[in-house]
Design a protein around this ligand. Sequence first.
Ligand code: UDP
Length: 333
Amino acid sequence: MKVLITGGAGFIGSHLAERYLELGHKVYVIDDLSTGRTENISHLQQSEKYDGRFFFTHDTIFNDKVLLDLVGICDLVVHLAAAVGVEYILNNPLSSLKTNIGGTEKILELCHRFQKKVLLASTSEVYGNQTHAPLKETDGCTYGPSTKARWSYAASKLLDEFMALGYHRTEGLPVVIVRFFNTVGPKQTGRYGMVIPRLVDQALKGETLTVYGDGSQSRTFTHVKDVVEALVQLLETPEAEGEVVNIGGVEETSILNLAQRIIKKTDSKSKINLIPYDVAFSKDFEDMQRRVPSTEKLNSLTGFRTSIKLDEILNDVIEDRRSNLSRKLKDQA
Ligand code: UDP
């Protein structure tokens, strides 16, 4: 099978590309490297194992000719190209909206034209400021005012979901929609705000850990290995077509507790600094107090459950960030 992964040089995309290569498929990646990185895929380009089966196009999904060719030759499209990371979105509100809405519309239109199955990556952000747990795919979505940029991301991804469901219901397009909860693992950087790589880097460098608010806000975290397995299985499940499915972890932790665990695990002397939201971001920022997924639908569709515990996730990220930092230090020497 030939799989096209938009945003395939990104964190989740590059792991998925590797998995599909391991499974014996041909993988085509298109990425504009706005947040994706060549380091994420260079091992795939160089490996003899994947010789003649991995193809990278450095371009945006707004290049009609390139996209037309790629969608035309592939059997399956995994659409991961999107603006990601709370900080990235707050700093680039307009381009994020354009990528998330215009980019998805283009992909869906082309997949419809060529009748190709497509997976649309959505996000737990679409639930908005709901605090009950667990969040089910059938739950409503509630947002704050449009002046708070965070909700624009949630609203743009919700619109993507409506568009994908529209194509499925009116045109019969085989589409699977997934809502990623906080996904973590090797190769993720803290550059765009993601809390675990950022706090791990701070702990390893002996810097103060920046915990926003009072640290009582909570999340569950999913290992990228679990996420990739869930994606592969959902795409092999015909019953998942036309469905919206959460992919998330089950172990809820507060961010303050997370910071404490990271300090302990890294044996760091770092302290924790509680930073008020209006200092960390702007007064227009609104955090989500709690976000815990129901994973029943994923399980009932595929039989798969995410199982990698926070402890193992932290070990993997610490090892990855440690080798990243020592590589950087060697390069500087
Ligand atoms: N966070 C934090 N310090 C940081 C980065 C993030 O306390 O340096 C908090 C953030 O306010 C949120 C949680 O960690 O409550 C998860 O943030 P992230 O950006 O990783 O994902 P989100 O769930 O907000 O999309």
